[in-house]
Design a protein around this ligand. Structure first.
Ligand SMILES: *[C@@H]1O[C@H](CO)[C@@H](O)[C@H](O)[C@H]1NC(C)=O
Ligand SMILES: *[C@@H]1O[C@H](CO)[C@@H](O)[C@H](O)[C@H]1NC(C)=O
Ligand SMILES: *[C@@H]1O[C@H](CO)[C@@H](O)[C@H](O)[C@H]1NC(C)=O
Ligand SMILES: *[C@@H]1O[C@H](CO)[C@@H](O)[C@H](O)[C@H]1NC(C)=O
Ligand SMILES: *[C@@H]1O[C@H](CO)[C@@H](O)[C@H](O)[C@H]1NC(C)=O
Ligand SMILES: *[C@@H]1O[C@H](CO)[C@@H](O)[C@H](O)[C@H]1NC(C)=O
Ligand SMILES: *[C@@H]1O[C@H](CO)[C@@H](O)[C@H](O)[C@H]1NC(C)=O
Ligand SMILES: *[C@@H]1O[C@H](CO)[C@@H](O)[C@H](O)[C@H]1NC(C)=O
Ligand SMILES: [Zn+2]
Length: 635
C-alpha cells in the first residue's frame, strides 16, 4: 500500500495563501493586511537606573494598498515623542485610549501627497515605561553576582508592543538590526548575530542582526553581568559568571541534541545556537528566541535531569520559528509540532521508554487541565475562541499535548517514515511564513494522496475526524498508547502506598532508580487519589522515599501539592514558601499557590505579597488571577 507515487500538483498556491491578505488576528490593532513590516532597526539606550529603554524604532514597511492613508501599530505603555520619515519630515499621529488587554492603537497619518507609495520608512522616537509588561528589571540582590542589576524581556505572546512600536502579530515577519547602548559594565545579548561590540570608558555599544524574517514575539534582549562560553561546534551557553561552569557542564551534549533534531528535519538555518540561563524569576521553562534561547535555572538542577526542556526549545528552530502560527488560535501549530519533534529527538537520544514516560506524565497534566476548564470550554479545543480574552489566558498544556497526541495519531495512520518525510516537506513548503490550521490540513491531505493510492488515501483521510481533534472542545477523541513497563511500575508503587502495602526497603530502592518524569508520574498518581492521602500517609511516603533529598523542581512542586492538600504541610507552609520564593517558573509556582490558597487563603496571600517583587510581571498577573478567581468563587 506504500509508494504508489502519483504525479501530484504540488500545492504551491498554499505558500501564497499562507501570507494571504486576509489573515485575521484579533490580538493586534495593526492593519497588517494593508501594509507589512519587512525590516526594522531598533536603536535603544537601556537605562537601568530609570528602568526604561529610550531611542528609535525604524520600521521599513511595504504597502499593499494604493489608497493607504493610515498605518496602525501596536503600542503598550510607551511614550511616543515623534514620528518622522527618513528625511526628518514629521508625520502626524494619534494614540487611542488604552484597551486593558491589547494596549493602544498608534495611528500614523499619511499625508495625501505621500499616498500610493510602495515603501515607507517610519522613524519613531519613544521610550518605554518602568512598568512595561515585557521587561523585567532585577535588582542586584536578585542575581547570583549580587553586584549589578539585570534586565530581560519576554515578548510572546503580545508583549513586544510594550518594548517598541510593532505590528505585533505572528502574521508579520521581518528581519532586523538592534543597536543597544548601556553603561560600560553591562553585557547585552539580543536574539540575533552579534556583529559589533565596542566599549569606551562610559558605555558599551552592541549591534545584533537577524537576517531571517521572524515575528515580533521572537525579539529578546537581556543585559547584565553575562559571560558566554562555546561548548560545541555551533552551541554556546550564556549566564552570569557564577553559574557558567555548572551550565556548560549540564548542557555539554547540546550539540548532539541540535544535530539529532536537524537529522530528523531539515538543515538548521540560524547559524549558531545559544542558550542563556536567566536568573530564577524567569516565568517559563524556556523561550525559543532565535540564536538566544532563554531558559530558567530550574532546568539546571545539576544532574542533567531536565535537559529535555532545551531539546524542546531547539525543536522550535523549525516549528514556531521557521513555520509560525498566524494568530494565537493556531498556537498548537507551534507547540504541538515542537513537542512532537522534541519527543522524537528525546526518543532517539534517551530511548523509547523515556519518551513514553514523558508523554504519559504530560498527558496526566493535560487531562486534569481539560477537566478543570470543563469539557465544553472553548479553551480545551486546539482552535480556541478568544473572544477578546488575552492570548496568555489560554496558555496551557492543551496546544502542546493534545496537539502532540493528534500528530502521533496521524503518524499511526501513515507510519513514522512517511510522517517524518511529511514534516520535512511541510517545513520546506511553509518556511518563513505564518499559517493557520487549514493550510496544514490541505497540505497533509495532499501528501497522503501523493504517497498512497486514491483508495488508500481516501480510506486514511476518512478515518481522521479533524473536527473532533481540532475544533471541538474536550478530551482527545482517540487515546494513543504510551504504556510502558516503567509507567506501570511507577503506578504500582504509588498504589502500594495508597493500599498501605508498601515494602519500605524495596520502595526506596525502586523510587531512587526512577527518572525525574517517572517520579513525577508516581506523585501524580497520589495527586489523582488525593482523597486517600491523609497527613499521616503523606509523612510516611515523605520519610520512606527520602523526598527531602529531591532537587528537581518537577518532583518538588508535585510533592508540595500532595503535602499541602493532605495536610502534612500546614500553614505557614514553610518549605512551600521557600520553594515559591526561590523560583519564578509558573509551571511550578502556580499549582503550589493554588494548593496553599485552597488550604489557607490568608497565608497564601501573605506569602505571595512577600515574594511579589521577586516575580516576573507575567507571573504576577497569573498568580493574581488565581487569587481573584478564588475571590469570585467565594463571593
Ligand atoms: C485566527 O484566524 C482564524 C481564521 O483563520 C479565525 O477564525 C480566528 O478567530 C483567529 N483568531 C484570533 C485570536 O485572531
Ligand atoms: C540614565 O538616566 C539617568 C537619569 O536621567 C541619566 O543620568 C543617565 O545618564 C542615564 N544612563 C544612561 C546609560 O543613559
Ligand atoms: C547601529 O550601530 C552600527 C554600529 O555601530 C552603526 O553603524 C549604525 O549606524 C547604528 N544604527 C543606528 C540606527 O543607530
Ligand atoms: C548568523 O550568522 C551566521 C554566520 O554568519 C549565518 O549563517 C546565519 O544565517 C546568521 N543567522 C541569522 C538568523 O541572521
Ligand atoms: C561544524 O559546523 C560547520 C557548519 O557550521 C560544519 O560545516 C562542520 O562540519 C561542523 N564540524 C563538526 C566537527 O561537526
Ligand atoms: C464574547 O464576549 C461577549 C462580551 O463579553 C459575550 O457577550 C459573548 O457571549 C461572547 N461570545 C462567546 C462565543 O463566548
Ligand atoms: C491520559 O490520561 C487520562 C487520565 O488518566 C487517561 O484516561 C488517558 O487514557 C490518557 N491518555 C493517554 C494517551 O495515555
Ligand atoms: C522488602 O524488600 C526487601 C528488599 O527487596 C526484601 O529483602 C524484603 O524481604 C521485603 N520484605 C517483605 C516483607 O516483603
Ligand atoms: Zn514551546
Amino acid at each position: 500500500m506504500h509508494n504508489h507515487l502519483k504525479p501530484v500538483l504540488l500545492i504551491s498556491i498554499l505558500a501564497c495563501t499562507a501570507l494571504a491578505s486576509h489573515a485575521i488576528d484579533e490580538a493586534t490593532f495593526s492593519n497588517f493586511n494593508e501594509i507589512q513590516t519587512q525590516h526594522f532597526v531598533l536603536d535603544i539606550d537601556i537605562n537601568f537606573s530609570r528602568k526604561v529603554f529610550s531611542g528609535t524604532q525604524t520600521l521599513h514597511m511595504k504597502s499593499l494598498n494604493k489608497d493607504l492613508a493610515e498605518v496602525y501599530l501596536d503600542i503598550n505603555d510607551l511614550t511616543i515623542y515623534s514620528i518622522e520619515d527618513e528625511e526628518a519630515n514629521n508625520f502626524e499621529y494619534k494614540i487611542d485610549s488604552p484597551n486593558p488587554i491589547l494596549g493602544q492603537r498608534l495611528t500614523i497619518l499619511i499625508p495625501s501627497d505621500q499616498r500610493g507609495k510602495e515603501n515607507y520608512i517610519f522613524v519613531i522616537s519613544y521610550k518605554t515605561s518602568p512598568t512595561a509588561e515585557a521587561i523585567s528589571w532585577l535588582t542586584p540582590e536578585q542575581t547570583s553576582g549580587k553586584k549589578l542589576p539585570y534586565m530581560f524581556t519576554q515578548s510572546e505572546s503580545i508583549h513586544a508592543r510594550s518594548l517598541a512600536p510593532f505590528q505585533d502579530t505572528p502574521s508579520i515577519k521581518s528581519t532586523y538590526v538592534v543597536n543597544t547602548t548601556t553603561d560600560v559594565e553591562f553585557v547585552t545579548r539580543v536574539s540575533g548575530n552579534i556583529t559589533y561590540d565596542y566599549t569606551d570608558c562610559m558605555s558599551r555599544y552592541s549591534t545584533f542582526e537577524m537576517n531571517i524574517p521572524v515575528q515580533s514575539y521572537l525579539l529578546a534582549i537581556a543585559s547584565g553581568n553575562l559571560v558566554e562560553r562555546r561548548i560545541g561546534n555551533r552551541t554556546f551557553v550564556i549566564s552570569e559568571p557564577e553559574e557558567i561552569e555548572k551550565v556548560a557542564n549540564e548542557f555539554s551534549e547540546l550539540e548532539d541534541f541540535l544535530s539529532e533534531a536537524e537529522r530528523l528535519t531539515i538543515p538548521y538555518e540560524w547559524g549558531v545556537y545559544k542558550l542563556l540561563i536567566l536568573p530564577p524569576s524567569f516565568p517559563f521553562g524556556g523561550m525559543e528566541n532565535p540564536l538566544l534561547t532563554f531558559a530558567s535555572p530550574a532546568i539546571v538542577p545539576g544532574d542533567k535531569s531536565s535537559v529535555d526542556v532545551a531539546i524542546h526549545e531547539i525543536a522550535h528552530s523549525w516549528f514556531g520559528n521557521l513555520v509560525t502560527n498566524n494568530n494565537w488560535t493556531n498556537f498548537w501549530l507551534n507547540e504541538g509540532f515542537t513537542t512532537f519533534l522534541e519527543r522524537k529527538t528525546v526518543r532517539n537520544i534517551f530511548g523509547e521508554d523515556f519518551m513514553k514516560v514523558t508523554a504519559k506524565l504530560e498527558n496526566q497534566t493535560v487531562y486534569f487541565e481539560i477537566l478543570d476548564y470543563g469539557l465544553d470550554n472553548g479553551f480545551t479545543s486546539l482552535h480556541p475562541v478568544f473572544n477578546g480574552t488575552h492570548p496568555d489566558e489560554a496558555l496551557s498544556d492543551i496546544p502542546y499535548e493534545k496537539g502532540f497526541q493528534f500528530l502521533i495519531y496521524l503518524e499511526s495512520l501513515i507510519g513514522e517514515d512517511y510522517m517524518l518525510e511529511f514534516l520535512r516537506s511541510y517545513l520546506k513548503n511553509f518556511a518563513y511564513t505564518s499559517i493557520d490550521v487549514t493550510n496544514f490540513i490541505s497540505f497533509f491531505s495532499e501528501y497522503v494522496h501523493q504517497k498512497f493510492t486514491t483508495t488508500d488515501a481516501e480510506k486514511i483521510l476518512s478515518k481522521i475526524d479533524f473536527d473532533a481533534w481540532i475544533y471541538a472542545p474536550g478530551l482527545p477523541p482517540i487515546t494513543v498508547d504510551f504504556e510502558t513497563k516503567e509507567y506501570n511500575d511507577a503506578i504500582e508503587l504509588a498504589q502500594s502506598f495508597l493500599d498501605a502495602k508498601a515494602n519500605a526497603t524495596s520502595a526506596l530502592q525502586i523510587f531512587k532508580s526512577f527518572s525525574v518524569n517517572l517520579k513525577g508520574l508516581f506523585i501524580s498518581h497520589l495527586i489523582d487519589n488525593q482523597e486517600i492521602v491523609d497527613d499521616c500517609m503523606a509523612q510516611y511516603i515523605y520519610d520512606t522515599l527520602q523526598l527531602g533529598d529531591e532537587i528537581n523542581g518537577e518532583v518538588v512542586f508535585r510533592w508540595l501539592i500532595v503535602a499541602i492538600r493532605s495536610g502534612q504541610l500546614r500553614a505557614p507552609f514553610e518549605s512551600a514558601d521557600e520553594f515559591v520564593g526561590s523560583i519564578g517558573r509558573m509551571k511550578y509556582v502556580i499549582p503550589v499557590y493554588q494548593a496553599m490558597l485552597d488550604s489557607n487563603a490568608a497565608i497564601a496571600k501573605e506569602i505571595f505579597n512577600k515574594h511579589e517583587d521577586f516575580y516576573h510581571p507575567i507571573a504576577i498577573k497569573a498568580i493574581q488571577d488565581i487569587f481573584s478567581e478564588d475571590v469570585l468563587i467565594s463571593a
